[in-house]
Design a protein around this ligand. Structure first.
Ligand code: MGD
Ligand code: MGD
Ligand code: SF4
Ligand code: MO
Length: 883
């Protein structure tokens, strides 16, 4: 079976892979998978371009020396055992990831919490979903996402809060778009300070003051009551806490004019939202990182849930508070209890009964009995030297945690850093004492659970490269060496899955919502053939469950759901005189997190090729920054250097920067360097959406492109890297003048150019160098924008020899009229913004027509919102001109 699941976002699309000669040569959407019904977004459809042995970690390394597995595993277990003996079990930690498969996650958690006896296990889900987990637990008595994707087909109102689903959950967004086309009365509201590709679908976009979401939902609760919209019967029978929640809401947001003032929104827009919400029973509220990544994220989640509970909009088709999970297996990690405050199978440390139950089930000799430290605190404890060993798997904390440079410092100091990783170069791997090569997508077998609780199989379709091993295997081998062979001798992922399923049902008796006991007896073959299924799966629901709480029963002691009193609070990182701007961080369409995989597919780096800072033109004027300048963001924690992009999609005073770039791809643009380690007091989730900074232009005197066969980063104040097919393209910039470029080349690139063209008066220089007959590098100094085509240059690096004609062309100006600059909007067909705008100006006025003409948007459809936005913007410009 060549069906598997996409390893990127929580939509959890089914992928059908075409395998030839032990390699994936093409992918398409699995038409039987309920999450995507045959579609894939741009990242999913480039999956085959990111597999293979290139750039892979192929051999274990101990203290920088390649070893075999025996030695590496012995070193891991001996060093861990030694530290545990000297400092106790809580001195060792694991830092896991929502990109591990459930089976990997299960054994890692079991080893730490039951056998080593340390609950110092946390995961990158802390940075991602932990506020939702805490919010759901408070409201429902369990971490239970009530809805199903099919609810989109029934909804009459969809509110997206802090979610840019068009880019981050593209296939789900396409389903939303299709629902709106099929049902013109369906309304969409987007709540996001920025205008985004997602807000293109919105009938109403609330561009609120950052961090003020709870004000909106408190105002909504107040208005629901005032307008007689509370479902008193439901509230009475199935919930508790309305009075306190309402009192808190009324106290903090007595009326809509207060709400308008606190959120910086027109009162009329808030009124519209309230009207629509009051009049539409079938309302789905989607929320993601704009809500979670906040110092009051848990409260925000509950402020949303409050409105759904008060109106009984839960447990029925087309409605509910719907958290969009980020990672492919964020949900699976929550199931196994990967967070430091969870135990396993939706049990936690709050009850002695649960601890005892899990201990008996595992026959665990060293059961942890108290919570461990949450991610941000965990790394502080590493820095303080309290935690002496950390094993990091499938995450890149040196980039993704707040106060990133401090995380780096902590790992540099840490006595033992073990990193399980599939790629050969990441910011975190550079700090490993022991590096363990892991298999990754298409090589490993197991399950993942997506946003709507659907468990799908990832399948191993191609052999492991080099000596890479499956994460579950690596963990179990270490467990055996630590003396726990009996409890970690699994025959494979299916056996682990059976145990996980059994634990979910163990002494459950309907008390825990996560129950997949119906899969406990699954045979190896059935597991291999497992079709996507939504939990719970048990005796009452052998085929899975689409929607939770249909009977109004919850998992709190009283069986009633809880409304929570919420006092809205603003972000803790507040701009001031020194750092006057709010820094919003997030994702772009074509990159995945720290780019270790998507950064390898040349075409995925065409949409946004460089780290950038999006800012409002008013701020550009205020801080003397022009479009395309290299700009520097700075605060007390660090700096971020990237290219300025002016955009009216931003609110003045606020910037947006991508979270993706890191030391492998650019000189200094780690978003986490600007974010303080401020966390939500309940969930421990960091406030990654609201940093603060000052901005200034880097006074560059030269900018250049270097296209080279070498991967070594060139010495230049600013650099950013784009891997092409046959070479690497760097953008460079610096503030020191260069008098003699030829000398610069010999100093910095190892030799003088073999061919060069120079005009000192104009500041122009082009040079190239050969190794034998093959091209080695080309250096092109801008401001001269009229450079040879990048695609053409790339192909020259594949040639065994470069003829005279091509040599001349290398240094010649590009022919007038050809355009190879500007962002690629359609990554599938590599259609650039310039071509699209030209077509629009020539009269093409719909995305469909653009598709017919240029093919853009006709494959995965991820760029359709942008095509529509370009058409709309051009229309607006035309109106201005005619006015
Ligand atoms: N292309 C791509 N897709 C991805 C990922 C990726 O790396 N690349 N990662 C996956 C993962 S792990 C995750 S968690 C998801 C995240 O998916 P999203 O949550 O959609 O992603 P973000 O871009 O981080 O943030 C969403 C929006 O929150 C807005 N926001 C910022 N502050 C506020 C605020 O105070 N209030 C409100 N209402 N909105 C605010 C931002 O402007 C941004 O547009 O994406 C998943 N999908
Ligand atoms: N400023 C800011 N920071 C953020 C966010 C933000 O919006 N803004 N978002 C946060 C969120 S929501 C998230 S989810 C995190 C994501 O941040 P990270 O988890 O740090 O990001 P990834 O790049 O996905 O890291 C996954 C690593 O695992 C490796 N890998 C892939 N497959 C496997 C495998 O099968 N086994 C092993 N062992 N390794 C594998 C990859 O090569 C990669 O190095 O970032 C968080 N940080
Ligand atoms: S929407 Fe795209 S990235 Fe997300 S699972 Fe589907 S194909 Fe993968
Ligand atoms: Mo995430």
């Amino acid at each position: 079976m060549n069906n598997t699941t996409c390893p990127y976002c929580g939509v959890g699309c089914g992928v059908t892979a075409q395998v030839q000669d032990q390699a994936i040569i093409a992918v398409s959407g699995d038409s039987d998978h309920p999450a995507n019904r045959g579609r894939l977004c741009v990242k999913g459809s480039a999956l085959h371009e990111t597999t293979g042995t290139h750039d892979r970690l192929l051999q274990p390394q101990v203290d920088g020396v390649e070893t075999g597995w025996e030695q590496a595993l012995d070193s891991v277990s001996e060093r861990l055992a030694n530290i545990i003996e000297r400092h106790g079990p809580r001195s060792v930690a694991m830092y896991l990831s929502g990109q591990l498969l459930t089976e990997d996650y299960y054994v890692a958690n079991k080893l730490m919490k039951g056998f080593i006896g340390s609950s110092q296990v946390d995961t990158n889900s802390r940075l991602c979903m932990s506020s939702t987990v805490a919010g759901y637990k408070r409201a429902f008595g369990g971490d239970l996402m009530p809805c199903s994707y099919e609810d989109i087909d029934h909804a009459e109102l969809m509110v997206l809060v802090g979610s840019n689903a068009a880019w981050n959950h593209p296939i789900l967004f396409q389903r939303m778009t299709a629902a709106k086309t099929a049902n013109p009365s369906l309304r969409v509201v987007v709540i996001d300070p920025r205008r985004t590709a997602t807000s293109e679908l919105a009938d109403l976009h609330l561009s609120l003051k950052p961090g003020s979401d709870a004000v909106i939902f408190n105002a909504l609760l107040v208005e629901l009551e005032r307008r007689g919209q509370i479902d008193r019967d439901y509230v009475e029978q199935h919930t508790e806490g309305l009075d306190a929640a309402l009192a808190a809401a009324q106290r903090s947001v007595p009326d809509l004019s207060t709400a308008a003032r606190l959120t910086d929104l027109p009162q009329a827009d808030l009124d519209t939202l309230v009207d629509w919400f009051c009049n539409t029973e079938k309302t789905l509220t989607f929320f993601s990182q704009g809500i979670n990544q906040s110092s009051s994220g848990t409260d925000k989640v509950n402020s949303i849930i409050n409105c759904h509970l008060a109106t009984a909009r839960i447990g029925k088709p087309g409605m509910g508070p719907f958290s969009l999970t980020g990672q492919p297996n964020a949900m699976g990690g929550r199931e196994v209890g990967g967070l430091a405050n969870q135990l396993a199978a939706h049990m936690d440390f709050s009850s002695a009964e649960n601890i005892d139950r899990v201990q008996r089930f595992w026959a665990a000799p060293n059961m942890a009995t108290t919570e461990g430290l949450k991610a941000v605190e965990l790394f502080s404890a590493i820095e303080r030297g309290e935690i002496k060993a950390v094993w990091i798997m499938a995450t890149n904390p040196v980039v993704s945690l707040p106060r990133a440079s401090q995380v780096r410092a902590a790992l540099e100091k840490c006595e033992l850093v073990i990193v399980s990783e599939c790629m050969t170069q990441t910011d975190t791997l550079e700090l490993a004492d022991i590096a363990l090569p892991a298999t990754t997508w298409a090589e490993k077998d197991g399950t993942v659970t997506n946003s709507d609780r659907r468990i799908s199989r990832q399948r191993g379709l191609i052999p492991a490269p080099g000596a890479a091993k499956n994460d579950w295997w690596i963990i179990c081998e270490v467990a055996k060496r630590l003396g726990f062979a009996e409890s970690f001798s699994y025959t494979g992922p299916a056996a682990i899955f059976r145990e996980h399923a059994a634990l979910s049902g163990f002494e459950n008796n309907g008390r825990r919502g996560f129950d997949i006991s119906g899969l406990t007896e699954i045979g190896d073959h059935e597991y291999d053939a497992l079709k996507p299924i939504q939990w719970p799966v048990n005796a009452t629901a052998p085929l899975g469950t689409a929607r939770l709480f249909t009977d109004g029963q919850f998992f709190t002691p009283s069986g009633k759901a809880r409304l929570l009193p919420v006092e809205p609070s603003l972000p803790q990182q507040q701009p001031d005189k020194s750092y006057p701007l709010v820094v919003n961080t997030g994702r772009i369409r074509d990159q995945w997190h720290t780019m270790t995989r998507t950064g390898r597919a040349a075409r995925l780096l065409q949409h946004r090729a460089e780290p950038f800072i999006e800012l409002h033109p008013k701020d550009a004027l205020r801080f003397d920054i022009a479009e395309g300048d290299i700009a520097v963001l700075e605060n007390a924690l660090g700096r971020y250097v990237a290219r300025a992009q002016l955009s009216e999609a931003q609110r003045p005073g606020e910037l947006f920067i991508p979270m993706h770039w890191n030391a492998q791809f650019t000189s200094a643009a780690i978003s986490g360097d600007l974010i303080d380690a401020v966390v939500d007091p309940i969930s421990g989730q960091p406030e990654s959406k609201q940093g603060i900074a000052s901005i200034s232009a880097l006074k560059t005197v030269w900018q250049a492109r270097l296209i080279t066969v070498s991967n070594a980063t060139p010495p230049s104040e600013y650099w950013s890297r784009v891997p092409l097919q046959h070479c690497t393209s760097f953008r460079l910039a610096a503030t020191n003048a260069v008098d003699d470029w030829s000398a610069w080349c010999s100093e910095n690139l190892g030799r003088k150019p073999d061919l060069m063209l120079e005009d000192r008066n104009q500041g122009r220089f082009r040079g190239c160098s050969f190794k034998g007959d093959r091209l080695e590098w080309v250096l092109l100094i801008e401001p001269d924008q009229n450079l040879p085509e990048l695609d053409w240059l790339d192909t020259q690096f594949a040639r065994d020899s470069i003829d005279q004609d091509a040599r001349r062309q290398l240094l010649a100006a590009r022919e007038a009229g050809s355009s190879n600059c500007g962002a690629v909007i359609c990554s599938c067909f590599q259609v650039r913004e310039t071509e699209i705008l030209a077509a629009i100006h020539a009269g093409t006025d719909s995305a469909e027509k653009l598709g017919e003409q240029l093919k853009c948007g006709t494959n995965c459809g991820s760029c359709l919102p942008e095509l529509k936005a370009l058409i709309a913007e051009s229309a607006k410009e035309a109106d201005h001109v005619s006015e």
